[in-house]
Design a protein around this ligand. Structure first.
Ligand code: FES
Length: 187
């Protein structure tokens, strides 16, 4: 073998040996450029999604969260109600349910008491929600569905209703009566 051949053999060995050394040191240095770019792109994408998503979520959820707000409704002049004579009043309630604005016909039983204070009852029976009526001859509220009976204060006299009649909030302003429904009760 000539000196030239020996020289080429040594250069070949060194070249191979350097390649092996280079590969080992690269694995010990940590993420490659490709891994770093992938991580950076993923992070930027997550940041943009969060920046757009949080306000969007608030916009989408806020109408639904406000859906339970109930307005005060004028149901008439106070002097139209006679003491001791329950009166059923009907009114249109404007409401916004999520993104839908609508009005619905609602009602309440209003009782003017001897001292001129008022009580407004939810017109649904506290048993299973049937509408009840005032029986003037017996002076009781009667629910026809399962013969639930309440007195004029809403107390259960007989039948399956588990609790007295539910009440709406009410207030008097400038000689007019306003009612506001409360969230339905369970049980
Ligand atoms: S719903 Fe009124 S007694 Fe049952």
């Amino acid at each position: 073998m000539s000196a030239q051949d020996n020289l080429e053999a040594v250069q070949c060995y060194l070249a191979n040996h350097e390649s092996v050394t280079l590969d080992r040191s690269q694995s010990e240095r940590g993420p490659t450029r490709r891994q770093f770019l992938s991580w950076a792109i993923g992070s930027i994408g997550a940041f943009i999604a969060a920046a757009l998503g949080v306000p969007l979520l608030g916009y989408v959820a806020s109408p639904a969260l406000k859906a339970q707000d109930k307005p005060w409704t004028d149901v008439g002049a106070t002097d139209q109600f006679k003491a001791g004579e329950p009166t059923r009043v009907y009114y249109l309630e404007e409401h916004k349910d999520g993104w839908i604005e609508a009005s619905s016909l609602r009602s309440a039983w209003v009782v003017r008491q001897a001292d001129s204070s008022f009580v407004a009852f939810n017109p649904k029976c506290t048993h299973l929600g049937c509408p009840y009526s005032w029986e003037a001859d017996t002076r009781q509220f009667l629910c026809p569905c399962h013969t639930g009976i309440f007195d004029i204060t809403g107390k259960v006299i007989s039948g399956p209703p588990p609790r007295p009649l539910d009440r709406f909030q009410h207030k008097v302003e400038d000689g007019r009566l306003f009612v506001r429904e409360e969230a339905p009760r369970v049980g």
